[in-house]
Design a protein around this ligand. Structure first.
Ligand code: MSP
Length: 683
């Protein structure tokens, strides 16, 4: 049986995850789920990259120990992976003892090959990517990093070097002889010309870094974070913990089990199955880290005498407003919001449908709602509800009694399934989804032509109608089956809703004909409720604190207590821009007493408050439901922004905003220190 190994990059823990990070893991999950459906023995790895200067500095800035920062970020990753139904087989952290054992074993093998030496290392260094750059790679007179755009620093120290230059020819032969080694093709060409330009030896240790794995046999040196990080792909499988892979000798290096979890009990059995013995070893990476995976990593493996990955596949970037989404740009979409409002599966669908794998794609809140409404609420949701309502009404709550094996949908379904499989094999996820959606449109076209809703009036529950509706439902069953890897929670709900029962365990279910006749239909279920676009966009704007920082909610920010933010907002904008006093007075802040408060159904964050402003009573919607019970607010005095344009939030018009301080991500209301008349100006 063929073994399939798929990995994501391991993510830095200097900051919380954003859409660019979750993207690769969602892709990995879709691939892993598809391969499992195809009957392949599959192993899917993700994890975190926790060592190095970048993390050390980020922790120091936040005033915490690196491991504390790492723990915090890891728990957010794990929470997200649950919300997004990620089915990883293991989550590796580079601070685990099993990983250190793998790194030591890797260094020993590279040393045994004669590829390490000590020398002085000087150059322009970017702490962001932990990399030395040559003068000509840098940007502008300030010598900024080509990846981060931040100024680099001059560094000079004794380091251990790896003889990378000796591997140029072997790397070129690898690219040449293995067309799939680096994908897409354009990236392979890019990597090839980089190597053809000549390779310099690579420094693989750092002298002044405490937060890392001590370099074996080299006092005072720490393993370079990329050699450390890349080794995760084999350390997670137990490399360095059993017999020495590739030789008969045991390696006694994995005894300190301190913070270990995961695969260590297996020794290196997983390593043998999913690295040495696997038919596919697939690394999914973003284009910015291709060089590390397609040049350094294979060279390390060649030196260590270990098998190379079969494919390193580089994807593009998520952009927003034409810029790469990143925490430092502050243009990150709010994951917790999207997941809460649309569901994890809808986010997965959007990511996979919107990006052509390999190219850049753009995110916008507007694009997200539009895609959701058109593809999920309309195309899929309405088709399911139209068909099940008809079938249920005509055939007494059941799927039609007579199936059909001769109709124009059959060849179309066959073609869609074949295209879907072909696209999935090529990682052309967008094309795979398009093939399914085309079948959905064809099924709808077929129904429009056959007009079952009219025919039932003349024919009643006829055999002809049974065939028509069964065909429609069967096409939807095939679509939902193809969706299983993409929408692992919703696709089974679609299958249940159309009477198809539990999802089948294999890709054979893509064949025409499996929908049971006369099966009970569970009754209507709102799979993808339509979202009012204008109201949603207003809500997003309000939740961002009325303004300029779309980036942070408590979940997506590591910031400690910060700004006072208005109303529904738990987002903060610490901004830094100075404004004049006149500008400040444009904002009319007034005291008010809460007269009534109630939860807003379908929102876990928002409360509807009725407040007495002295001269008038207003309705204000506030994002404080996670912190306050409605009954505790009645009678309390608060401060509100009284001259804010009204906005509709979850169907309720909000005529102002309540002020709250954001403390550790929780909105805490501001009250006057003693009772004051309602409507008093706050300044
Ligand atoms: N720790 C290294 C990887 C080590 S792998 C042995 C690292 N971590 S990272 O957290 O900075 O980035 C992880 C992945 O996220 C990279 O593949 C990167 O391309 C991806 N993304 C970060 N921002 C992105 C977008 N805006 N869009 C798509 N992916 C991008 O690099």
């Amino acid at each position: 049986m063929s073994a399939f190994y798929v990995t994501t990059p391991i993510y830095y823990v200097n900051d919380l995850p954003h859409i660019g990070h979750i993207y690769t893991t969602v892709v990995g999950d879709v691939v892993a789920r598809y391969r499992r459906l195809a009957g392949e023995t599959t192993y899917f790895l993700t994890g975190t990259d926790e060592h190095g200067q970048k993390i050390e500095r980020a922790a120091a800035e936040k005033g915490v120990a690196p491991i504390e920062l790492a723990d915090r970020v890891v728990s957010r990753y794990l929470e997200l992976w649950r919300e997004l139904a990620i089915s990883h087989d293991d989550f590796i952290r580079t601070t685990e003892a099993r990983h250190a054992a793998g790194v030591r074993a890797m260094v020993e093998r590279i040393r045994a090959a004669g590829d390490l030496y000590v020398d002085r290392h000087e150059g322009w260094y970017c702490a962001g990517c932990e990399t030395f750059y040559t003068e000509k790679e840098l940007l502008g007179d300030e010598r900024r990093c080509p990846t981060h755009g931040m100024p680099t620093e001059w560094k000079s120290e004794e380091n251990v070097f790896f003889r990378l230059s000796a591997y140029a020819d072997r790397l070129l032969a690898w690219y040449r002889e293995n067309p799939k080694s680096v994908q897409p093709e354009s990236r392979r060409n890019e990597v090839r010309s980089f190597v053809e330009g000549g390779l310099r030896d690579l420094s693989v240790s750092r002298a002044d870094l405490a937060w890392g794995i001590p370099f074996p046999g080299q006092e005072g040196q720490t393993v370079y974070v990329w050699l450390d990080a890349l080794t995760n792909y084999v350390s997670a499988l137990g490399f360095g913990q059993g017999r020495d892979p590739g030789s008969d000798q045991g390696l006694d290096s994995g005894s300190d089990q301190g913070r270990d979890h995961g695969s260590d009990q297996d020794g290196d059995a997983l390593y043998r199955t999913f690295w040495e013995g696997a038919e596919t070893r697939l690394h999914l990476v973003g284009k910015d880290i291709l060089r590390f995976h397609a040049v350094y990593w294979p060279a390390f493996l060649m030196s260590a005498g270990l098998p190379l990955p079969t494919t390193v596949w580089a994807h593009g970037w998520w952009l927003r407003d034409q810029k790469k989404v990143s925490k430092s740009t502050g243009n990150v979409p709010r994951l917790d919001h999207l997941i809460e409002r649309f569901g994890g599966d809808s986010l997965r669908y959007f990511l996979m449908r919107e990006m052509v794998f390999g190219q850049d794609a753009s995110y916008s809140d507007e694009g997200f709602v539009e895609r959701y409404n058109s593809d999920l609420a309309n195309d899929l949701g309405n088709t399911v509800s139209r068909l099940t309502t008809l079938s249920s009404g005509i055939f007494e709550g059941r799927t039609p009694p007579v199936a059909c094996d001769d109709n124009p949908l059959i060849p179309l379904a066959r073609q869609a399934a074949a295209e879907y499989r072909g696209a999935m094999a090529e990682h052309a996820f967008q094309a795979a989804l398009q093939a399914l959606w085309r079948l959905l449109a064809e099924a709808n076209g077929y129904l429009v032509e056959r007009e079952p809703w009219k025919r039932v009036k003349q024919e009643g529950p006829s055999e002809g109608l049974s065939r028509v509706l069964w065909n429609g439902l069967e096409a939807v069953r095939i679509v939902a089956t193809g969706l299983l890897p993409f929408m692992p929670r919703t696709a089974p709900r679609v299958l249940a809703a159309i009477g198809a029962g539990e999802p089948a365990a294999g890709l054979d279910a893509l064949e025409w004909g499996a929908l049971p006749t006369g099966a009970e239909l569970p009754g209507p279920e709102a799979l993808f409720p339509r979202i009012d676009k204008a109201a949603y966009l207003a809500e997003v704007a309000a939740e961002a604190g009325g303004g300029t920082d779309p980036g942070t909610t408590h979940h997506d920010s590591l910031k400690r207590p910060s700004s006072v933010s208005a109303g529904a907002g738990v987002g903060g904008n610490t901004g830094g821009t100075m404004i004049s006093i006149d500008r400040f007075f444009e904002t009319e802040l007034r005291t008010a007493t809460v007269k009534a408060a109630e939860a807003i159904p379908s929102s876990s964050k928002l409360l509807k408050l009725t407040v007495d402003l002295g001269e008038e009573t207003r309705t204000v919607v506030a994002g404080i439901a996670k912190v306050y019970e409605p009954e505790d607010l009645v009678g309390k005095q608060v401060v509100i922004v009284a001259n804010l344009e009204p906005a509709k939030l979850m169907g309720v018009e909000s005529q102002g905003m309540v002020l709250a301080a954001e403390a550790d991500g929780r909105p805490i209301l501001l009250h006057p220190a003693e009772p004051v008349p309602n409507g008093a100006r706050v300044r």
